[in-house]
Write a protein of this length. Structure first.
Length: 653
């Protein structure tokens, strides 16, 4: 009878044994990938063991997907006293069919990664239309034979081990029905079943945070091979298929690609011969007289939702003061209305494509931008955010594209987390200052210690985003939470700059203060209110003469303008211009379902889904007046269509 009383727990052990065996085989595939492609590991201090730890984490996610149904069925039956052998045989058959699918993805991923330097993704389905050619490619390439054989060998070993394990557990559990199962016993076992199924669902989710596990969670160092090694190939493949089906990732069709690229090149004054793969590529050469030597540190402060409409109203005394003491761009616009748009445009000079998140993707996008250029010039780059590192794929994206250190909610004390977006701005700034103090210094210079390696620190604030959390110790002058949080966000900037002024690196630092995008302030004045995209940009610090630039500018212009100030030469594929050397006659941007262009006197909005235009004249006081589309608005239409369609081409090619 003792054996019978333990049969429920033996059934649990039967399922967990299969789960462990599956994880072991998946880890073996990862080990083979590491050994086979180890030459791809760059010069890094990161340990490969962390990739394997994170690999087990991701493997467990896909293994839990396979486990949840048989666990629910087999354990529910066991809880009610049914231990029939056919249940275990059915569960074994389930795993015999589905686990080889995971193994196939892992085996195929090794040669795929060797060729493309990225994990297997939905692009493989493009080959299914050429079955004969694809089959020939797979079976005629001798280097693939080892991985094909590896798949069959490990699959056979897994199936043999599972059958042996099932037979062993059959002998222990037996096939007799338990004659007496009391309702209290059944209730306890059903509760245990529910708990185990709940753990399995938690395993599918992968983490306790705000979002379920994403590819970004595998990234932990600056080596792209090790970062991708921890991603389960089947997980990556499934995620990429789901990404492809999202409406925001549908291809835009505003203008013929050839026509768009030609007009975009003319609009950006690109006269070099066109490169079909890099249609906007040009060489940006700095004048010797503009070079800053030694190279200064750069501190980027990207403020959440700080519309220019907030300035000059008594809410932002710090920003108002900075606007008078900096190179202030007063007629400046964000690329979109989401944070990811602002970051990709500002840091990598790539415009927003309506509601698409350009930092996401099963294959993390590669972008050249300010971080990569500065890194190539010896900078150490740090990124500080308030929320989880995997939010918007930031961890993976920034580690892939020039940043050395990423600090996020996972690095902060739990008691400092105030809402779903993490810590407050004042804590973020203090944390960033502390980390900057810990950077190595060397040598002595007039006035104190000089840093041997310049740094770029990017600090992304969050407080001016709901849910608003104003600390109890902060005493705003206004009563409305919408303005109180603006006062607090402004105070945090001032507090950070006051503290930074006491640091030895301050006098050799260039500061850039800018919003990621705006927000609705005041009345709605159009189908896309101007306050959503009209934002401040201020650059101040060593060698910067304070003045107001009142010409048009946009976030994609930050990269060439800043690097021009630094006096750096680089290869450029972006959509911006150096505003201090070249004026911009028009700007363009987009929202979730709209594209926009404007010049000094007109404002054009187009909704592709409705195929409808909205035209406004810009009055001297900033208000808008509805107008009819004419040749001037047609020029704006051509401009935004060509730029957005060219961005679509660059994104896809």
């Amino acid at each position: 009878m003792r054996m019978k009383r333990n049969r429920f727990f033996k059934t649990v052990a039967f399922l967990l044994g299969i789960h462990a065996c599956g994880l072991l085989v998946l880890s073996l595939f990862r080990l083979v990938q590491y050994v086979s492609l180890r030459s791809m590991v760059g010069a890094t201090d990161a340990s490969a063991s962390m990739a394997f730890v994170r690999g087990v984490w991701f493997d467990n996610v896909v293994a839990c997907y396979l486990m949840v149904v048989p666990m629910a069925v087999v354990l529910a039956c066991a809880a009610l006293g049914c231990y029939r052998g056919w249940l275990r045989r059915a569960a074994s058959a389930w795993f015999c069919v589905l686990y080889p699918v995971l193994f196939m993805a892992s085996a195929a991923n090794i040669p795929y990664f060797a060729y493309f330097f990225k994990n297997i993704n939905s692009s493989i389905f493009d080959w299914f239309g050429y079955t004969g050619t694809t089959a020939g490619m797979v079976f005629q390439e001798k280097s693939y034979w080892f991985y094909i054989a590896l798949f069959f060998v490990l699959t056979a070993l897994f199936v043999a081990a599972m059958v042996a394990w099932r037979r062993h557990m059959d002998r222990i559990i037996g096939t007799e029905r338990e004659h007496r199962t009391s309702w209290p016993q059944a209730a306890l076992r059903l509760a245990a079943t529910a708990a185990l199924v709940g753990l399995c669902v938690f395993g599918i989710r992968g983490r306790t945070g705000y979002n379920p596990i994403k590819v970004s969670q595998a990234y932990y160092c600056d080596d792209p091979f090790l970062n991708q090694l921890g991603i389960n190939p089947a997980f990556n493949l499934l995620t990429s298929v789901l990404d492809d089906r999202r409406s925001e990732n549908a291809e835009l069709h505003l203008m013929d690609y050839g026509e768009a690229v030609g007009k975009a090149r003319r609009g950006l004054n690109i006269t070099s011969r066109v490169d079909s793969l890099h249609v906007l590529r040009r060489q940006m050469a700095a004048a010797d007289s503009s070079a800053m030597r030694p190279l200064p540190n750069v501190v980027f402060i990207l403020m959440e939702s700080m519309s220019s409409a907030f300035l000059g109203r008594g809410l932002t005394p710090v920003l108002d003061s900075l606007s008078r003491r900096s190179l202030f761009f007063s007629n400046f616009y964000s690329a979109g209305i989401h944070t990811n748009h602002g970051m990709t445009a500002t840091l990598y000079s790539f415009p927003a494509l309506m509601k698409r998140n350009l930092m996401k993707g099963t294959v993390t996008p590669h972008r050249d931008g300010i971080p990569t250029v500065l890194k190539a010039n010896g900078y150490h780059n740090l990124f500080f955010m308030t929320h989880e590192a995997q939010y918007d794929n930031m961890n993976a994206f920034f580690r892939t594209n020039g940043y050395d250190d990423i600090y996020a909610q996972e690095d902060y004390p739990r008691e400092e987390v105030v809402n779903s977006f993490g810590v407050s701005d004042h804590f973020l700034f203090d944390f960033a200052l502390d980390k900057l103090r810990q950077l190595p210094t060397t040598g002595a210079a007039t006035g104190g210690t000089q840093r041997h390696t310049p740094f770029m620190a990017t600090i992304l604030t969050i407080s001016n985003h709901p849910p608003y959390i104003v600390p109890e110790w902060f005493h705003p002058r206004t009563k409305d939470p919408e303005t109180q949080i603006v006062e607090y966000a402004d105070w945090c900037i001032g507090d950070f700059l006051r503290k930074a002024a006491r640091e030895p690196w301050y006098d050799n630092t260039l500061f850039v203060v800018q919003a990621d995008h705006g927000k609705l302030v005041g009345d709605v004045d159009s189908e896309l209110p101007q306050s959503y995209n009209h934002i401040p940009l201020m650059i101040f610090g060593r060698g910067i003469e304070p003045r107001t630039y009142d010409g048009l500018g946009m976030q994609v212009d930050v990269m060439p303008t800043l690097l021009g100030l630094l006096g750096l030469s680089y290869t450029y594929d972006g959509f911006g211009v150096d505003l201090l050397r070249e004026s911009r006659p028009m700007v363009f941007y987009s929202a979730d379902d709209q594209v926009v262009a404007r010049d000094s006197s007109r404002y054009f909005i187009y909704t592709p889904k409705l195929q409808k235009s909205f035209c406004y004249e810009c009055l001297p006081d900033g208000r808008l007046r509805e107008s009819r589309e004419d040749s001037a608005f047609s020029r704006l239409r051509d401009y935004v269509f060509s730029m957005i369609q060219t961005a679509e081409f660059v994104f896809r090619h």
